[in-house]
Design a protein around this ligand. Structure first.
Ligand SMILES: C[S@@+](CC[C@H](N)C(=O)[O-])C[C@H]1O[C@@H](n2cnc3c(N)ncnc32)[C@H](O)[C@@H]1O
Length: 450
């Protein structure tokens, strides 16, 4: 058994019929419990964050964080001498070569995802050349024990390295474990980097109705940490699954599992979609769209009197939709609801935003499992929209809304904010300072002063 597996607490591996192994709990976990915490073996910033985040700890430049450029390559940025020093032993092997490599024709002709792979592989190899600690040896042993991707592609070009190499595994062996064992590192649910976390890869299979999710902790002078958080009550002996792809990719996700990971998902959500076969397109007439939206809201919130009543509750988890709702499971329906909500919640009319926002919430609750963070973030956006509608209330009255409707907006903002807090407290904080939980407190302060 790999050394890292023997010291695990609360989780053990068991055989899985098609995925080799599965991680099961050896005790129960409650929502919000941290099941596992692991440090990144290697990371690479996504290009749009280069120069805006520290290349070592990934923290964002801000009033308290002043990034300094590496004077050797002028391509890497650090939040301070501690991050630069601890990265130096690995960074120095490619520091003098990285500019030439990234300007080269072979790098320039690569697609964005290939460049990400190239940089992540470069960083991983540099780490292996420079780091001979017991932790590094363990992480390498776990990484090499991972299932290789199904169709082994050629590794991308990597940056030339200086200095002695020591014993390093073959690049093909490393790369064959890359794409199916690679995590998007996020801050406030926005992807900022890709990272290799071997133990988490070894343990967790995918489900589109996951009972756990990964969050990322960024702290000064440390490689980012991944924490696997329980989203629901998980009994002893249950499998722990995380989402590899966004479950909202209702039609495209199965192809993603096949191409990138080489498996067919048979989770309950995929089984329902499989039994439906071809999902009809969303209706085109306004009348049919409204009737679909109404039916979806009734399906998602059967026990709630109305979406504005103080008794409004979120469902305990998604239920299979009846046939009349099948068009709502077309991926394009979610896209169009999101776009309509986003446009109206920024520019108004806010009443339209709140209306379409409730339909989008109903759809999220039909797709995502209970306490999924995207549900909480959407509820926060709903609360902000109700607040914006309230603060522009005089204008609304001029536009024909009654004063009673406007007074109800504060109660609605409060209701959505409470539900958002309930969901996001389970996922907890991740990434940079600030973020949704702080925004909730700011809005709470404003609401309390009305
Ligand atoms: C990150 S590894 C997961 C750990 C893996 N079970 C093991 O024993 O090492 C990813 C690989 O596990 C398999 N896998 C993950 N989730 C699966 C699922 N829901 N159904 C079937 N295979 C799955 C696929 O082969 C995938 O490429």
């Amino acid at each position: 058994m790999e050394p890292e597996l023997s010291s695990l607490q609360g989780v053990r591996l068991e055989p899985h019929p098609t995925a080799r192994n599965k991680a099961v709990t050896s005790r129960s976990f409650s929502p919000g419990d941290c099941i596992l915490t692991v440090r990144a073996f290697a990371t690479a910033l996504i290009p749009s964050f280069k120069g805006k985040r520290c290349d070592r700890c990934l923290r964002l430049e801000s009033s308290g964080i002043d990034l300094k450029r590496c004077s050797g390559c002028a391509s890497y940025y650090y939040c301070g001498p501690q991050c630069q020093t601890s990265q130096w032993s690995a960074h120095r092997s490619y520091c003098k070569n990285i500019q030439r490599f990234q300007a080269s024709a072979e790098y320039q002709k690569m697609e964005t995802h290939e460049r990400m792979d190239s940089m992540l592989l470069t960083h991983l190899l540099a780490e292996l050349r420079s780091n001979h600690t017991a932790e590094c040896t363990q992480q390498l042993s776990t990484f090499l024990s991972l299932l290789p991707r199904p169709d082994i592609a050629n590794p991308p070009p990597i940056c030339a390295m200086n200095g002695r190499a020591g014993t390093i595994p073959d690049v093909n062996d490393l790369f064959s474990r890359f794409s199916n064992n690679n995590f998007a590192v996020h801050s406030h649910l926005t992807t900022v980097a890709h990272g290799v976390f071997p133990l988490a890869s070894r343990l967790f299979n995918h489900s589109c109705l996951p009972n756990a999710a990964a969050r990322y902790i960024l702290s000064e002078d440390a490689a980012p940490r991944m924490e696997i958080v329980a989203l629901q009550d998980i009994g002893a002996g249950e499998e722990i699954c995380v989402p590899y792809l966004d479950p909202a990719l209702l039609q495209s996700r199965q192809q993603g599992f096949q191409l990138t990971y080489g498996f067919t998902c048979t989770c309950p959500s995929c089984s329902v979609l499989d039994s439906i076969g071809r999902v009809p397109p969303p209706p085109s007439s306004r009348e049919d769209q409204e009737s679909l939206a109404r039916a979806l809201r009734t399906h998602a919130f059967p026990t709630s009197p109305t979406s504005t009543s103080p008794d409004f509750v979120l469902p305990a988890g998604p239920r299979t939709p009846p046939d009349v709702l099948l068009a709502a499971l077309n991926e394009s329906y979610l896209t169009s609801l999101s776009e309509s909500f986003s446009a109206a919640s920024h520019d108004g009319p806010y009443s339209d935003a709140l209306n379409v926002g409730m339909t989008l919430l109903a759809l999220y609750c039909t797709i995502y499992p209970q306490n999924y963070p995207q549900i909480g973030v959407h509820l926060l956006e709903m609360a902000k929209t109700a607040w914006n509608a309230f603060v522009t209330a005089d204008q609304n009255v001029a536009d024909g809304a009654t004063r009673t409707e406007n007074a109800g907006l504060v109660d609605r903002a409060q209701l959505y904010l409470g539900l958002s807090r309930q969901v996001l407290n389970v996922f907890g904080r991740e990434g940079d300072d600030g973020g949704p939980l702080d925004e909730i407190e700011t809005l709470q302060g404003l609401l309390s002063n009305v």
